[in-house]
Design a binder for this molecule. Structure first.
Ligand code: FAD
Length: 455
């Protein structure tokens, strides 16, 4: 080893999804890691409100779970969703039809709905059981002094300061650790808020204890400028998430207005949510932002700081990839430490180079997918495009793969996906153009896609 990996004092700020996984991965390398979490121990205090209840975990997250032996356990506590169930726009207050659109051409691939709290707890237990890893709860980072290598926390026992050589900021989109470098001249930072915020509602299990909707799908109610989605939970309830503009939320100020609005726009959900107005009024509206910054690694006289997960690149949730992507960061740090033979500086430099373009790419694709989910899925052209893509996937297995599948069911670097889609669509258009007479359907499909990729 170029540098004694275990000789440096390593602190992780945040015991969320990324912080716990990273703690476990570093502990397994024999590194002593102290993890600091502002919340109380969730095993004692219960789940925090105001964060998404469930998450869709797919190939990238599962690969990360493999690294700590959790894939089977995670899948055992997850519900597979093999496609989207689109609830079309109602007419005159009467529900539209529901149509199931598989995520993959052969219908076998699924994303997995999993409880955020449970996944976090599982990772927390794994981290805590890893020799060398300690976790302090109720420790909120207040200040990071890069020159002194000192972290100051507000704790139940008052203010405490600890020293570290390597600080890994896994403290989420509004990272307190990141503030230490906000005003550095070489640091660029942006946070772009959507005009939409999210609010969660619950569709409980039916009186007979069944799911009220098909649990094998991610349900979408696309309504043009906004939408609602629902993911199933193991207790047979669904967590619905509204993605509405502020104006839409602000317009609904009374229980009657709320119920009337849902009767008009989401009529099939009204009988399924017995306490709709109460649920709506009780739950907060939370913002949605894309956070981009660079560099992610900063050196001070006293310590090195590296941003990880949402602290480095929060994205909007419309591809279900934020956590998957944060997990990939952790695996990449672990891989880079192996390659750099424990040299932290080299490893963190390689980590940020490897991940930045990928995280930028998924941030863009996630924004694009919002328009697809809330609006385009409704259109006949979009249906034709999806059918065309699935047709091509069946005809050209392995050579034509849809964007959704590349993102969700492979671990191909995100940054390679847009280019690969363009090449696939153009190549298919060329081949199909040559064989026009013999393969009318293939050509039509390819032309549809070529038109789209040219846009
Ligand atoms: P976080 O999960 O935010 O964890 C940060 C941790 O740091 C927390 O435990 C926090 O308490 C702690 N912390 C914060 N400040 C301090 C401090 N000052 N001191 C100490 N500790 C601190 N991703 C998916 O992959 N699939 C999905 O389906 C999906 N759905 C989503 C739905 C919604 C509505 C939203 C908002 C996000 C969704 N995401 C999804 C994204 C996912 O939640 C995040 O990308 C993921 O949680 C990032 O993990 P993280 O560990 O970086 O940050």
């Amino acid at each position: 080893m170029a540098e004694g990996a275990s000789a440096r004092r390593v602190a992780i700020v945040g015991a969320g999804l990324a912080g716990c996984l990273l703690g476990a991965l570093l502990g397994r390398r024999g590194i002593q890691v102290a993890v600091y979490e502002r919340r109380d121990d969730p095993r004692v205090a219960g789940a925090e409100r105001g964060r998404s209840v469930n998450l869709a975990i797919s190939a990238r997250g599962l690969l990360a779970m493999d690294q700590v032996g959790l894939r089977e356990r995670a899948l055992g506590r997850a519900l597979p969703m093999h496609g989207r169930m689109v609830h079309s726009v109602p007419k005159h207050g009467v529900s539209g039809d529901q149509s199931f659109r598989p995520y993959s051409a052969d219908g076998t691939q699924a994303i997995n709905s999993i409880s955020r709290t449970e996944l976090n707890l599982t990772l927390l237990n794994v981290a805590e059981q890893t020799p060398g890893v300690t976790i302090e709860f109720g420790w909120r980072l207040r200040d990071l002094d890069m020159a002194a290598g000192e972290l100051t926390f507000e704790t139940p026992a008052g203010t405490k300061a600890v020293r570290a050589d390597i600080v890994l900021a896994a403290d989420g989109a509004y990272s307190a650790a990141r503030r230490a470098v906000t005003f550095r001249q070489d640091f660029t930072f942006s946070q772009d808020y959507l005009e939409h915020g999210y609010k969660e509602l619950t569709i409980p299990a039916t009186l007979s204890g069944d799911f009220a909707l098909n649990p094998d799908a991610l349900h979408i109610w696309p309504r043009g400028s906004s939408m609602m989605i629902a993911l199933p939970n193991l207790d047979r309830s669904f967590t619905c998430t509204l993605f509405w503009t502020k104006a839409e939320y602000d317009a609904l100020t009374t229980p009657d207005a709320i119920t009337a609005y849902f009767r008009e726009h989401y009529p099939d959900t009204v009988p399924l949510i017995p306490d709709l107005a109460e649920d709506y009024q009780r739950n907060p509206v939370s913002p949605l932002a894309t956070i981009r910054c660079w560099p992610w690694v900063h050196h001070g006289a006293g310590c090195t700081l590296a941003l990880v997960g949402d602290a480095a690149h929060a994205i909007v949730p419309f591809f279900g990839q934020g956590a998957n992507c944060a997990f990939e960061d952790c695996v990449e740090i672990d891989r880079c430490l192996t390659e750099a033979e424990g040299d932290w500086d080299a490893a963190l430099a390689a980590y940020q180079e490897a991940r930045k373009a990928n995280c930028d790419a998924i941030a863009e694709m996630a924004l694009d997918n919002f328009i697809e989910m809330r609006d385009r899925v409704n259109s006949k052209a979009f249906r034709a495009e999806t059918a065309a893509r699935h047709f091509l996937e069946r005809r050209l297995p392995g050579r034509y793969v849809s964007r959704y599948e590349l993102v969700s069911f492979t671990t191909i670097p995100y940054a390679e996906i847009p280019g690969r889609m363009r090449r696939q669509d153009q190549a298919t258009a060329l081949v199909a153009g040559g064989a026009l007479a013999a393969a009318g359907a293939l050509a039509a499909a390819a032309r549809t896609l070529a038109r789209r990729s040219a846009r």
